[in-house]
Design a protein around this ligand. Structure first.
Ligand SMILES: *Cc1c(COP(=O)(O)O)cnc(C)c1O
Length: 488
């Protein structure tokens, strides 16, 4: 081997040329945000783009300028569309320029947040502490930044499971610890709980689904009765889950009452506040959300209502020792040191399943410092007012439009009602697909009490009143056109 080959690296041969590509990329990326409104909300990736990307693993390297061109032509225009002001589906945040800056700079530093004595770990601790302050979780509670609420949920329920069995399942497995652990969540709880129960070996069937009241909130009396019935059967109830902001309708369970029930029954109390944590930043909804401070664990997202670019969530656990006990896995090659790079204990890798972890704190830190809680709360309050505004528009267009659930927070579920009494479920599914495919707006669909609903979840800081007016006009026009076509 030549000396040149020994000393080769992957750095650019021409840093100036690389700088030019970065500058162009920053310009294109910022234009993508600044001009989002001028584009269709969503464009299905065309066959040509898919074909252009399909290739065998590259053997030879290619010039980065050409790769960037491919990105700009075939990738950049065909995302989910959630940076667009008329994206209303599921619960996808819109992101901010400051968040992008944090994401990019984190990649420059290329830190691994599994552990080590590094400033990035201090920044993660700082962000976790901000979350304690926002939620009222005590000093001494522990936390971990995650890819989202699904992973936060998995971690919280793993800790709850270990706490309930004195670590026996972690050590000897589910079979040794005996079966019979059961948990509770409402029928409106997110799908991540069933996934977590399956993944943790508890079994989806052992996640009991508690009925909800007319406002889609967990029925507390039913919860108590179900716990008692399971105990009478010799089962071992170990946790109850409440939701602050359900995915279908934004309902906030009676958190204080579930906390009381858990305290009496000695159950782990987990709160899913994925986007609903934002309620803490509103005058109108703060009181209903505040009792989440009584939970044993909470998981929520930064990438939804806090507008941090994907992905970023957090889990907070009241009992830090229990949190660590569930995940700490001593290893010779990771032994902590008193000084040097291997100092900085405790390490984040002892609080979750992952060793290698990205520097998520930086984009959260940029976003929170740039906008402050006041800026973020102004957007959250705006979205809540917009939900009421949309509900009023729907009421004004009765009987063609009908609201299908009370507006609790930031979610509006409604539907187009055909004049001739024909199948509204199929019609509304078509309307939503039309809205998306025509690039007008991107609501999503759900089913409420067996009825297909157009679901608008407002976690988008770019949305304006005119976007909602356009959604209503387009829904009426598309519904009428499909009805006319069906009659013809
Ligand atoms: C989005 C969401 C989840 C899942 O969170 P991810 O960050 O997507 O993993 C869980 N619960 C609720 C209520 C949600 O809105």
């Amino acid at each position: 081997m030549t000396q040149d080959a020994f000393d080769a690296a992957l750095d650019p041969a021409d840093w100036a040329a690389m700088r030019a590509i970065f500058h162009a990329a920053a310009d294109d990326g910022l234009a993508h945000l600044a001009q989002a409104r001028a584009r269709p909300v969503w464009t299905r990736p065309p066959d040509a783009a898919r074909a252009a990307l399909a290739e065998p693993v590259p053997q030879a390297g290619q010039p980065v300028a050409a790769i960037y061109d491919t990105f700009k032509t075939h990738i950049l225009p065909y995302g989910t569309g959630n940076v667009h002001p008329a994206f209303f589906g599921w619960a996808l945040g819109a992101g901010t320029a400051e968040g992008v800056l944090g994401e990019m700079l984190a990649a420059f530093m290329n830190c691994n947040l599994g552990g080590w004595d590094q400033i990035a770990a201090d920044l993660e601790r700082q962000v976790i502490d901000w979350c304690r302050q926002m939620t009222g979780f005590p000093a001494g509670s522990s936390g971990l930044l995650t890819s989202g609420t699904s992973l936060g949920t998995l971690i919280a329920l793993a800790v709850a499971r270990e706490a309930a069995t004195a670590g026996e399942i972690g050590e000897y497995g589910v079979a040794a610890a005996g079966s019979g652990l059961v948990g509770y969540a409402s029928t409106e709880a997110h799908g991540c709980f069933a996934k977590a129960f399956a993944t943790l070996g508890l079994g989806r069937a052992h996640l009991r689904r508690v009925p909800v009241d007319a406002d889609h909130r967990l029925d507390c009396a039913a919860l108590e009765a179900m716990i008692a019935a399971d105990r009478a059967r010799g089962l071992r109830p170990f946790c109850a889950i409440a939701t602050c902001g359900t995915i279908n309708t934004g309902a906030i369970d009676d958190l204080a009452r579930v906390a009381d029930i858990c305290a009496r029954a000695r159950l782990w109390f987990h709160v899913d506040a994925a986007f609903g944590v934002g309620a803490l930043l509103t005058a109108a909804h703060r009181a209903r959300a505040a009792p989440l401070a009584r939970a044993d664990s909470i998981a929520f997202d930064f990438h939804k209502w806090f507008q941090v670019p994907y992905d970023a969530g957090i889990v907070l656990i009241r009992d830090a020792a229990a949190h660590r006990a569930a995940f700490a896995a001593p290893a010779d090659y990771l032994a902590p040191a008193a000084r040097g790079l291997a100092a900085g204990a405790p390490w984040f890798c002892d609080y979750g399943p992952e060793l290698s972890r990205s520097f998520r704190a930086l984009k959260i830190w940029f976003t929170f410092k740039a906008h402050g809680l006041s800026g973020l709360s102004a957007m959250i309050e705006k979205n809540c007012r917009q939900a009421q505004f949309l509900a009023d528009l729907i009421a004004a267009n009765a009987p063609r439009l009908a609201l299908l659930a009370p507006v609790n927070l930031n979610i509006v579920c409604f539907r187009y009602v055909p004049a001739d009494g024909s199948d509204a479920d199929a019609l509304n599914a078509e309307i939503v697909a039309d809205l998306q495919e025509q690039g007008i707006a991107a609501p999503s669909l759900t089913t409420l009490s067996g009825r297909t609903a157009i679901r608008v979840c407002l976690v988008n800081h770019r949305t304006r009143a005119a976007d909602l007016e356009r959604l209503v006009e387009a829904t009426l026009a598309l519904g009428a056109a499909r009805e006319a076509a069906a009659r013809a």
